[in-house]
Design a protein around this ligand. Structure first.
Ligand SMILES: [Zn+2]
Ligand SMILES: [Zn+2]
Length: 672
């Protein structure tokens, strides 16, 4: 074969391979990758022909050829285009908030004011005005603690002196509602001083003062609750007893291993429907870009009184507790590279988990613990001496990865993205210390990865692989003020990596379900589970609605296994074709012999009665009773008919929504 021939073949191959990995995507990172591949065909060929194998070798080869490849981009992104606070934008958001407030769209007003607060320069009048306006909404919504927090922040910012008395007045009204007599009295003094700056007739001032004084004199002092907002961990339900080795699981769950099922979870006693079996705080979380100003970057909670990041103009924290955690881990570095990452055009939120997995630990941690991240084993935790949760990162590293699902093109692209992330981390100062003097060319970036950088890049590639297989989506339910929670809509807030829940295998007809509170995952048995039965979760949403052949393909492509669950094994039709009434049932679906007519009749009558009761409680939004009745109903169904039947699915859904309403993350939106 002469040179020309070989070239033309490679170009065709190359084009095809590239298209596979990134399709038509047109972001910076995709174009840069195309360009890189065109410039480095020999690298592609070498990987394709197997001369270069394994992430580390690919990364080494690649990094030797990166040199200045990201430099133009890094320079072209003006640092601060997203992250810098912008008073003008703050005013725009505040105006939108005011319009919503006047139209009595209080929840939309709240979101607008929060965005205005994020954009308000620290210590500025603009920030103070946005905070003061949000406090007015909070007062209206009777969120007095949050209202006071905003008022204090507004007062500490540069709120106009002439109207400052109004903020103290609002604060006194909140304290009156909360029965906080002492603080109300102190605040009255501050109010009095603030009145000096007010442009009002002295008689008017005197009148206002005496009115407030009178209000305070009527306060019935109540014992004050701790006003610091609870950390997420503090507000989670507690398991009755925990599995010693896998403490996010209840004691009734055991983790076992066999070659066919891998690590998997088994019930070590009978478990009743509705029992709580897992409470887990994920190890790595990311908020999707569109929700950054609404959900806490650290714990994914939505707080009415969210605190703006002091370092950028888009992120919020639910509390000072989370802000501090963020500042002490990921937030400083990530704020410096926010726009570089966002403008890169790479939408995969689950790959961002790789960056967070790095930024929330100092470089020192990885240097010290390199040996924990060698020799990947999907049996980790099963051998004697393995401490599964002792270092969550070690367990994270040993999550199942499906190497077969990655081919040449995805491998290369993933490595390229990881190198890009490392370049961003470098810009964010992640590698800055004595050992990495940062004064070289291009701010110390030579293109060739240092040992530290190579290690971190390889770690990120690994997390990207693990995320593809193991990341889970955190949801938050919203419902308009005139709609029962039961009909709320889930929003996908962001992906997480969690080391315990990821041990559960899939079933299209699982026996547990998950709800979310902030980033936490709380899991309940969705049906009675017999001792020694495997405990399963469902990897695809509404799996039973999808025809079996289709979901089997999805599972094979994405997770590389053929599902052998009961629904697949018995070839259940899609849910729309499940029987919908008791009259539709065929004899073989009944658990009571047909001859036993009377018993059957009695049982069916009970089912009907209980069904009516559930509907009633649901209409009354009495979720606690609804839940208890559902559990009873499921048992009754299980004694009478075989799955599949719509009744099972409807009951599970009612249970799920009841539990979500009682314990999950939810918030109101305005009536539409
Ligand atoms: Zn938080
Ligand atoms: Zn299945």
């Amino acid at each position: 074969m002469d040179v020309e021939d070989r070239d033309s073949i490679d170009t065709v191959k190359l084009k095809k391979e590239l298209t596979n990995a990134i399709g038509e995507a047109k972001g910076y990172i995709h174009n840069a990758y195309r360009e890189f591949c065109i410039q480095q065909p020999d690298l592609i060929v070498a990987v394709q022909e197997g001369h270069i194998q394994g992430n580390r070798t690919i990364l080494k080869e690649m990094s030797g050829r990166l040199e200045t490849i990201f430099e133009d981009y890094m320079r072209s992104i003006s640092s601060g285009s997203i992250s810098q606070k912008d008073a003008k934008k703050s005013v725009q958001f505040r105006d939108q908030g005011n319009k919503n407030y006047q139209a009595k769209h209080f929840y939309s007003a709240l979101d607008c004011y929060t965005k205005a607060i994020c954009q308000g320069p620290i210590g500025s009048e603009t920030l103070a005005l946005a905070l003061a306006n949000r406090s007015a909404v909070m007062f209206h919504l009777k969120e007095f603690q949050h209202c006071i927090q905003d008022l204090d922040l507004a007062i500490a910012s540069d709120y106009p002196k002439k109207t400052l008395f109004k903020l103290y007045e609002r604060k006194i009204k909140c304290l009156t509602q909360l029965g906080n007599l002492n603080l109300a009295q102190t605040t009255l003094n501050q109010f009095s001083k603030a009145l000096d700056f007010a442009v009002l007739e002295p008689s008017k001032k005197q009148k206002m003062f005496s009115e407030l004084e009178k209000t305070i004199s009527k306060i019935k002092a109540k014992p004050q609750e701790d006003s610091t907002f609870k950390s997420l961990a503090d507000e989670l339900p507690k398991l009755n007893s925990r599995n010693d080795k896998f403490p996010s699981f209840a004691k009734c769950l055991s983790v076992e291993y066999n070659a066919k099922r891998g690590r998997h979870v088994v019930a070590n006693r009978d478990i009743k429907a509705g029992e709580m079996v897992m409470v887990e705080l994920p190890t790595v979380v990311v908020v999707r870009d569109e929700f950054k100003s609404l959900f806490c970057s650290n714990c994914l909670r939505k707080s009415y009184g969210s605190i703006p990041s002091p370092l950028n103009s888009v992120e919020v924290f639910c509390s000072h507790f989370c802000l501090e955690q963020g500042l002490n881990s990921f937030h400083r570095c990530e704020s410096k590279i926010l726009e570089h990452i966002q403008h890169s055009g790479l939408g995969k939120a689950e790959w961002r988990l790789a960056i967070r997995a790095v930024t929330q630990k100092p470089l020192e941690y990885f240097r010290k613990n390199q040996d924990k991240f060698q020799n990947h084993s999907s049996r980790f935790g099963m051998n004697e001496g393995d401490q599964y949760g002792a270092d969550e990162y070690q367990a994270l590293f040993h999550l199942v990865v499906n190497r077969q699902a990655w081919n040449l093109s995805t491998d290369l692209f993933k490595a390229f993205v990881a190198c890009f992330y490392t370049r961003c981390l470098h810009l964010g100062g992640y590698f800055d210390d004595e050992e990495n003097d940062d004064n070289g060319v291009n701010g110390g970036w030579t293109g060739t990865l240092s040992d530290d950088q190579l290690f971190i890049t390889e770690f990120m590639v690994h997390i990207m692989e693990a995320s593809t297989m193991n990341s889970h989506e955190i949801s938050h339910v919203t419902a308009p003020t005139n709609v029962p929670w039961f009909h709320g809509q889930p929003r996908r807030v962001g992906p997480v990596l969690n080391i315990y829940g990821s041990l559960l295998n899939h079933s299209c007809d699982p026996n547990i379900f998950w709800i979310n509170r902030g980033k936490a995952i709380i899991s309940f048995a969705s049906k009675d589970i017999k001792m020694d039965d495997e405990v399963t979760n469902c990897y695809i949403t509404e799996s039973l609605k999808i025809p079996m052949e289709q979901r089997q393909i999805q599972l094979k492509n994405f997770y590389n296994f053929t599902c052998g669950c009961v629904a697949c094994d018995e070839r259940w039709p899609p849910m729309a074709q499940f029987p919908t009434a008791l009259a539709d049932l065929k004899a073989k679906q009944l658990k009571i012999p047909v001859e036993d007519v009377n018993r059957m009749k009695a049982q069916l009558a009970k089912i009907n009665q209980l069904g009516v009761k559930i509907n009633l409680e649901q209409k009354k939004e009495n979720y606690k009773d609804c839940l208890a009745l559902c559990i009873e109903f499921l048992q009754l169904l299980d004694h009478t008919i075989k799955r599949p039947h719509q009744f099972f699915e409807m009951t599970t859904r009612t249970m799920f929504m009841s539990l979500w309403t009682l314990r999950g993350s939810k918030s109101r939106i305005d009536q539409t």
